[in-house]
Design a protein around this ligand. Structure first.
Ligand code: NAD
Length: 306
């Protein structure tokens, strides 16, 4: 298979690195000049659980010409529309395009650029970081679930097999939207709150007021999720959030890293902002999500990011 990773930041490098260990061809696509130069000159350097260096082709999305069998989308959410435009030339009739972005609403964006038969959606709990251009930091284990928008799992069985050859623990999920909401709930309660309060997950969950805030945001996510998707189990997702908060208690979530540590624009519009949008459409009030979205937008504006 010819696999492109469209958006080869931290997570794209994890997928690119692990897939490079299979017999499939992998090409990284990215627009960050220093990252392209570093990987082209020195290979992709990997530290963390393994120390390794792999030679992988990397180019800008508009420079790719060969028709893909699979394109894995891993840009940040606000980079997705441009990425979908830039990869048009490598999408053939049988190309599958899989989104593994965090957050909500990406299938809707994909439908604007792709035929329904090309679209796959998924969610992953693998983690990855970048220590600098061309330097991926990979720790821990994870998994991913994917679903085909048209047809069943049989049509994409070779893709799942390839992911499993790469040790990525993939499975087909007939109701992946439930898993997407579950992850969005985790991110939606922890990410913007820790960014605004400049705290770790443990610090947030360790105070009564912090936990109260988390619960209000959670209630809004669940009300909107249940209006949209089947199988949303409020109690089970809450247990999952509490377990995650304990396992990751010393961590600053990715939105804290993006906004506070690296002064980068966040994915808030695809998490709490998306819940506000969907809540309005469904007649469900979402005041806590609105407030925390406004606060993140305000901080982004103060930093000149919007
Ligand atoms: P990332 O910020 O590492 O990379 C996204 C894009 O931004 C890439 O094109 C990258 O080259 C570019 N970029 C990164 N740092 C840059 C810099 N300093 N200057 C210029 N460009 C830079 O994002 P990610 O963590 O790989 O996330 C991609 C998607 O995967 C997001 O939707 C995210 O929520 C999701 N995700 C991430 C993780 C994770 O652990 N990183 C886990 C699950 C899901």
């Amino acid at each position: 298979m010819l696999v492109y990773i469209a958006g080869s930041g931290a997570m794209g490098c994890r997928f690119g690195y692990q897939l490079s260990k299979t017999n499939h061809r992998v090409i990284l696509l990215d627009n960050w000049e220093d990252h392209i130069a570093a990987i082209s000159e020195n290979g992709l350097q990997v530290t963390g659980d393994v120390e390794d260096c792999v030679r992988l082709p990397i180019m800008k999305p508009t420079e790719a010409t060969e028709i893909a069998d699979l394109i894995i989308l891993l840009p940040k959410a606000d980079q997705l529309p441009k990425m979908l435009q830039d990869i048009r030339g490598i999408i053939g009739e049988n190309t599958k395009v899989l989104s593994l972005l965090n957050g909500l609403g990406h299938a809707t964006t994909m439908r604007r650029y792709l035929a329904q038969e090309n679209i796959m959606v998924g969610v992953t709990i693998w983690l990855a970081g970048l220590k600098g251009p061309g330097q991926a930091f990979l720790q821990g284990t994870g998994s991913l679930s994917v679903q085909n928008m048209v047809g069943d799992g049989d049509a994409v069985a070779p893709i799942i097999e390839m992911f499993n050859e790469a040790g990525l623990n993939a499975s087909y999920d007939d109701n992946v939207i439930e898993a997407i909401w579950r992850k969005a709930c985790v991110n939606g309660v922890m990410n913007p709150t820790c960014a605004v309060l400049d705290c770790t997950i443990g610090e947030l969950f360790g105070t009564e007021a912090g936990l109260n805030l988390v619960q209000h945001i959670y209630d809004e996510f669940i009300a909107v999720a249940q209006s949209e998707a089947e199988g949303i189990d409020k109690q089970a997702i809450w247990v999952y959030i509490m377990e995650t908060s304990k396992k990751a208690s010393s961590h600053y979530p990715s939105m804290h890293q993006d906004l506070i540590q690296h002064k980068r624009r966040t994915e808030i519009d695809y998490l709490n902002g998306a819940v506000v949008f969907k809540g309005k459409r469904a007649g469900i009030p979402t005041p806590y999500c609105q407030m925390i979205t406004d606060m993140i937008h305000a901080k982004e504006a103060m930093l000149g990011l919007r």
